[in-house]
Design a binder for this molecule. Structure first.
Ligand SMILES: [Zn+2]
Length: 567
C-alpha cells in the first residue's frame, strides 16, 4: 500500500486501506488477551496487552499489516511497561523504552511516575523542539530566499507552516507552557526578515487575523490553544468516556481528574477571551452526541473579538486602513494561488509584493521628505511631498500608473466575464444615452463604459465600470465616518457612479474597490453572479479565482503607483 506524501486525500485513503487489518488485529488480540486493544493514528499503531503477551501481539501486527502490504519498521517499534521491572518476552527485551511516546508527545496515563488511576491523557509536547522546528524552517526559507526564491512564495511558505504544523499537538494537549507563543514568534520573525523591518504588537495581531478581516491569514498556535483542545474533546468525549467506562460527565470528571482540570481551565480562558460571545460547553450533551467543527466556530468568534480590540487600539488613520484591507477577496494576493482551467498563476514581482504587503500591514511605504516622481506627458514632475503611508502616491492623478491600475481591472473583467458567462464582452463601449454636457465646462462628454456585456444569470445588457477609491480622506469628518464603518468610501464611489450613469441610460454595474482591497457591495454581488449555474465546489473556485485576480491586479497597480512615485 502506497499513498502520495502531502496529498490531502492520502490520510483518508490510508485509513481506509488499513482499517480491515486493524480489525483483524483486534480480533486476534482478543483470542489471547481479553483486555487487549489496538489504537492507530494513520501509520502510528499501538497495541495494549499484558506484558507476557507482547510477542504474540507483535506477531499479530506484523502479520496482518504485512497482508495489507505494509512493512513494520523495526527501528520504530518499541515496547513499554508501566512497571520497568515487569517481565517481557525475550524477543521484546531489546525494544524496551523508558517513556511511552504517542504522536510525538509523551502519554502520562501510561507514565510510571503518574497516578494510573487518574487518567490525564497526554503530557505536554516537547515545546522546545517544536519551537526549534519553526526556527529551522524560518532559517531554511531565508536561505531559499537568498538563493532566489520569490518574496511571494517565501511568504506563502511561512503562512502555510503557521496554519497546521502543530495543530495535532494543540488538539491533544492544553498547551500553556509558553512554547505556542514562541512558535508564533519564530514565524513572525520570518515575516520581519522578509519585510526587512520589525513589527509592533498591532502589526503582529494583524498577521493572525483572517484575510477577510484585513489580516494576513497566519495561524497562531497561541491563539488556538483553547479552541483546538476543547474542539478535539467535543468530538471525542463520547468515545473516550465509553473506553474508560464513564456514563456521566461527573463520572468522567472524577475518573479523569487532571484532564477535567485542563478542560475547565481551557474553557474558562475561552469564555473570558470571547467576552460573552460564546456559550459554556455542553459537556453533558457531548457525552451523548459528538460535535464536529466547534474549533472553527469558536475561532471565528474569537477573531471577531480580536479584530475589535485591534481596531480600538489603532489610530483613526489605521482604523480606516484596517477596514479598507478587509472584505470578500480583499486579501487575495496573499492567498495561495487559486488555479483555474489553463490559467497560469503569475507571481507578483518581489518589489511590488513587498510594497503591497507593507501597505497592508500599515507600515511606511514612502521615504521621508521625498517628492512625488510621477511624470506628466510633458515631462514635468508632480513634485508633491510624499507622506510615509503613500496616500498621495495612491491618489495622485499625474502620470499613467493610476489609469493602468484601472485598466487592469477592466481587462480582467472583459476577459473573464465571457469565460464564465458565455456572453461576449466589449471594452470602452460608447453609450450615447449617458453622454452629457459637463455642467461646469459646457463641453459634451461622451460616455464610454469599461465593459459592455450581459448579466450571466438574466442575460440582460449590463455596463460594468471600474473605479478604485482610496479610503483615506484628509477631511477629518469624512475620515471619522470611514473609521467607524466598513466600506463607506466604496459606497461613496458607487453613489457617484450611479449619479453619473442613471438607470435611464442602461443597467450599470459599478465595479468599485477601495485601494486597500475592500470591494463595494455591488462588486461583491457582481462577482457572485458569475457561475450561478455551476455546482457549489466549482462556483466557489471560480469566485475565489476572480477575487484573487482582482486583488493581484489592484495591489500590483497600487505598488506600481507607490514605487513610481518614489522614483
Ligand atoms: Zn504625485
Amino acid at each position: 500500500m502506497c499513498v502520495d506524501q502531502g496529498c490531502p486525500l492520502s490520510p483518508a485513503l490510508f485509513a481506509i486501506g488499513i482499517a480491515d487489518a486493524l480489525e483483524r488485529i483486534q480480533a486476534k488480540l482478543l483470542t489471547f488477551a481479553p483486555t487487549g486493544q489496538v489504537f492507530a493514528y494513520l501509520d502510528d499503531v499501538m497495541v495494549v496487552v499484558p506484558g507476557a503477551e507482547g510477542a504474540r501481539a507483535m506477531d499479530a501486527v506484523v502479520t496482518e499489516l504485512g497482508l495489507a502490504g505494509l512493512t513494520v519498521n523495526a527501528d520504530k517499534t518499541a515496547a513499554w511497561t508501566l512497571d520497568p521491572q515487569a517481565p517481557l518476552p525475550e524477543r521484546l527485551q531489546g525494544l524496551q523504552v523508558d517513556r511511552c511516546q504517542v504522536l510525538g508527545a509523551t502519554a502520562p496515563w501510561l507514565d510510571r511516575d503518574g497516578d494510573f488511576s487518574r487518567v490525564g491523557v497526554h503530557s505536554f509536547a516537547e515545546g522546545l523542539s517544536v519551537v526549534q522546528s519553526a526556527r529551522t524552517f524560518v532559517t531554511k526559507v531565508g536561505e531559499l530566499r537568498g538563493a532566489g526564491l520569490s518574496a511571494q512564495t517565501a511568504f506563502l511558505l511561512l503562512q502555510a507552516f503557521s496554519q497546521g504544523h502543530v495543530t495535532h499537538l494543540l488538539r491533544a494537549n492544553y498547551e500553556t507552557s509558553g512554547w505556542a507563543r514562541e512558535f508564533d514568534d519564530a514565524l513572525v520573525q520570518g515575516l520581519e526578515r522578509l519585510l526587512g523591518t520589525g513589527l509592533g504588537n498591532s502589526q503582529r495581531a494583524q498577521c493572525f487575523l483572517r484575510l477577510s478581516e484585513g489580516g494576513l491569514g497566519f495561524g497562531s498556535a497561541e491563539q488556538v490553544a483553547e479552541t483546538a483542545f476543547l474542539g478535539s474533546w467535543a468530538l471525542t468525549l463520547k468515545e473516550v468516556a465509553g473506553c474508560v467506562g464513564a456514563t456521566s460527565w461527573e463520572g468522567f470528571r472524577s475518573r479523569c481528574g487532571p484532564l477535567a482540570a485542563s478542560l475547565a481551565r481551557a474553557e474558562a480562558k475561552l469564555l473570558q477571551d470571547a467576552g460573552g460571545s460564546v456559550q459554556p460547553v455542553d459537556w453533558v450533551g457531548l457525552l451523548g452526541e459528538p460535535k464536529a467543527k466547534l474549533q472553527g466556530y469558536w475561532s471565528a468568534k474569537l477573531q471577531e473579538c480580536r479584530k475589535r480590540a485591534l481596531q480600538a487600539g489603532a489610530s483613526r488613520d489605521d482604523q480606516v486602513d484596517l477596514r479598507s484591507a478587509g472584505g470578500p477577496g480583499a486579501g487575495g494576493f496573499v492567498d495561495p494561488p487559486v488555479l483555474f482551467e489553463d490559467e497560469q498563476s503569475k507571481p507578483m514581482p518581489d518589489q511590488h509584493f513587498l510594497v503591497a504587503l507593507r501597505d497592508r500591514l500599515r507600515l511606511p511605504v514612502c521615504p521621508p521628505s521625498a517628492l512625488c516622481q510621477h511624470r506628466r506627458s510633458d515631462g514635468s514632475l508632480c513634485g508633491v511631498p510624499l507622506d510615509s503611508r503613500g496616500k498621495h502616491a495612491l491618489k495622485c492623478e499625474v502620470g499613467p500608473t493610476r489609469e493602468a491600475r484601472h485598466d487592469g481591472l477592466r481587462d480582467f473583467t472583459a476577459s473573464f466575464h465571457p469565460k464564465v458567462s458565455g456572453y461576449v464582452a466589449v471594452t470602452e463601449q460608447r453609450v450615447s444615452a449617458w453622454d452629457r454636457v459637463n455642467p461646469r465646462t459646457g463641453v459634451l462628454e461622451e460616455a464610454r463604459l469599461d465593459v459592455a456585456t450581459r448579466d450571466s444569470a438574466s442575460g440582460r445588457p449590463i455596463f460594468v465600470d471600474a473605479r478604485v477609491t482610496c479610503a483615506h480622506s484628509g477631511y477629518e469628518p469624512r475620515q471619522r465616518a470611514r473609521a467607524g464603518k466598513d466600506g463607506v468610501a466604496a459606497a461613496d464611489a458607487v453613489r457617484a457612479k450611479r449619479h453619473r450613469y442613471p438607470p435611464s441610460g442602461g443597467e450599470l454595474v459599478p465595479l468599485v474597490f477601495e485601494a486597500g482591497g475592500r470591494p463595494a457591495d455591488e462588486t461583491v454581488a457582481y462577482v457572485r453572479s458569475w457561475a450561478a449555474e455551476l455546482d457549489d465546489a466549482e462556483r466557489s473556485r471560480v469566485i475565489r479565482y476572480a477575487w484573487q485576480q482582482y486583488s493581484r491586479v489592484l495591489q500590483s497597480g497600487n505598488a506600481e503607483m507607490i514605487l513610481s512615485a518614489i522614483g
